[in-house]
Design a protein around this ligand. Structure first.
Ligand code: NAD
Length: 471
């Protein structure tokens, strides 16, 4: 039987995932009307802004939205209307780590998923395919189904699919255009398989058939957590090795290169750094830890927890290295921090390592100059206020200056910290920067981005390259 042809899609949640994902569906499927809704009026206004001042920065996103907005792509706050009209609904709301209550600090907060699900049940008058796009704990689809079935109207059936998103911020559009795979999980019933075929049919407009994987619901949900946990584990593994390198004289770039040459390991995601950030890695591993504990698997929980602990250790180790190197005190000293986003090519600052470093520097009463090409000023003040609850915003502003260029940030500082791997930091006029810094002038490269030999020739003292033999 030919799969059901979807013509109207709704996405609940116009964030980093819902926005780009559904904009790309609209681009690739001109016959489908795609509406993206959000409760956040400011976010929707930004998606609809006449000058395309979109709420998130992603290379290529503006171009996609320019082609589709008003044609078959719409942004709205009218969630109910969207639900009524759609045949297929993506639930792409936030699932942050719970801040308080049972499982605080580990479990996913599923409040937003539940509220969206209840709203679908309350409003829908026709059958819908409901798709989990959010990253959720294994078996969340079962809870969604129970809520939907208990509240549905007569003749209204809901089929639930899991379709986790694997895009990476900074390369979201490229990842969506050419995904490694699209994963769709469904119940192995006839209805479940039909719903799965309908969604697969949407993706087949641009994704090759062999990259659309169809699996059971629970496998799909767990695969997303597993993928993020294994990616983060690679980073923590290489960071753990970087500590050994610094104490022995081995070079972590050379070690990672040699290890990655093994085809069983592969070269990607083996870059040592100040640690991973972003809204997903830590949250999803903690989620896995919580799941393991709930399933009475303490050894499994301890194993995954260590990945997060290594990441915290790496950030602490980096801050300590800065203080130790600047002659054991940074009080009253000036430090330039290049990069505030959690990674390059995004304006997203969630869980950014930069925030942790700056918090540490401020607590040592250093002055910090910050430059990031994409993060907006109000976001920096918000993040620093949250990170430093013991400081008023006024006192933070006395210690922090937000700058318009790397050169401006470096002026009269003792040290530069590279916290985000923005390409433009490679091309900084380092000789000019050196002349305008206090001496000795230090560069702490938290992303192994710059050419340490070149900077050393200019006169900089560059970390990590000269910290061998436990110095
Ligand atoms: P986000 O916070 O950027 O966006 C979520 C949006 O949902 C918010 O704008 C919020 O206002 C909206 N929302 C919440 N409840 C709503 C409701 N009932 N009705 C309408 N709107 C509602 O989050 P995100 O980064 O897009 O992540 C969404 C999900 O995707 C999360 O589960 C996340 O783990 C997962 N994910 C994120 C990434 C990533 O790189 N950011 C990658 C893969 C998966």
């Amino acid at each position: 039987m030919a799969p059901l042809k979807i013509t109207k899609i709704l996405c609940i949640g116009a964030g980093y995932v819902g926005g780009p994902t559904c904009a790309v569906i609209a681009l690739k499927c001109p016959h489908i009307t795609v509406t993206i809704v959000d409760l956040n009026q400011a976010r929707i206004d930004a998606w609809n802004s006449p000058d395309f001042n979109l709420p998130i920065y992603e290379p290529g996103l503006e171009d996609v939205v320019r082609q589709c907005r008003g044609r078959n792509l719409f942004f709205s706050t009218d969630v109910d209307k969207g639900i009524r009209e759609a045949e297929l609904i993506f639930v792409s709301v936030n699932t942050p780590t719970k801040k308080s209550g049972v499982g605080a600090g580990f479990a996913a907060d599923l409040n937003y998923v539940e509220l969206a699900t209840r709203q679908i049940a309350a409003v829908a008058t026709t059958s819908k395919i409901v798709v989990e796009k959010s990253t959720v704990p294994c078996r969340t689809a079962e809870s969604m189904r129970t809520i939907l079935e208990a509240n549905s109207k007569p003749n209204c059936r809901f089929d639930i699919l899991s379709n986790p998103e694997f895009l990476a911020e900074g390369t979201a559009i490229a990842d969506l255009f050419q995904p490694d795979r699209v994963l769709i999980g469904s119940l192995q019933t006839r209805e479940g398989k039909d719903a799965c075929a309908a969604l697969a049919n949407v993706y087949s407009n641009w994704v090759p058939e062999n990259k659309i994987l169809t699996v059971g619901l629970w496998s799909s949900e767990l695969s997303k957590l597993a993928a993020n946990a294994m990616l983060a584990q690679r980073i923590s593994s290489v960071n753990a090795l970087s500590a050994i390198c610094e104490a022995t004289g081995a070079n972590i770039d050379e070690v990672a290169h040699a290890v990655g040459y093994d085809s069983r390991v592969g070269p990607k995601f083996l870059k040592a750094s100040v640690g991973f950030g972003g809204s997903c890695f830590q949250k999803d591993i903690l989620n896995l830890v919580y799941l393991s504990e709930s399933l009475h698997l303490p050894e499994v929980a301890a194993y995954w927890r260590q990945v997060v602990e290594m990441n915290e250790y790496q950030k602490r180790r980096f801050s300590k290295r800065v203080v130790d190197t600047l002659f054991n005190t940074i009080t009253g000293k000036h430090i330039a921090v290049l990069g505030f986003a959690f990674k390059a090519d995004t304006g997203d600052t969630r869980e950014s390592a930069s925030i942790t470093l700056i918090r540490d520097f401020l607590s040592e009463r250093a002055f910090v100059n910050i430059y990031d090409p994409k993060v907006i000023e109000s976001q920096i003040w918000l993040d620093l206020s949250e990170a430093c609850p013991n400081m008023s915003l006024e006192s933070i502003k006395k210690q922090v200056k937000i700058c318009n260029s790397a050169v401006e940030a470096a002026l009269n500082t003792e040290a530069i910290v590279i916290a985000t791997e923005w390409k433009e930091f490679k091309a900084v006029a380092w000789t000019e920067v050196y002349e305008h810094m206090k001496k000795p002038a230090f560069v702490f490269d938290g992303r192994l981005l710059v050419d340490a030999d070149e900077l050393t020739k200019i006169g900089f003292k560059v970390y990590p390259s000269f910290f061998f033999f436990g110095s």
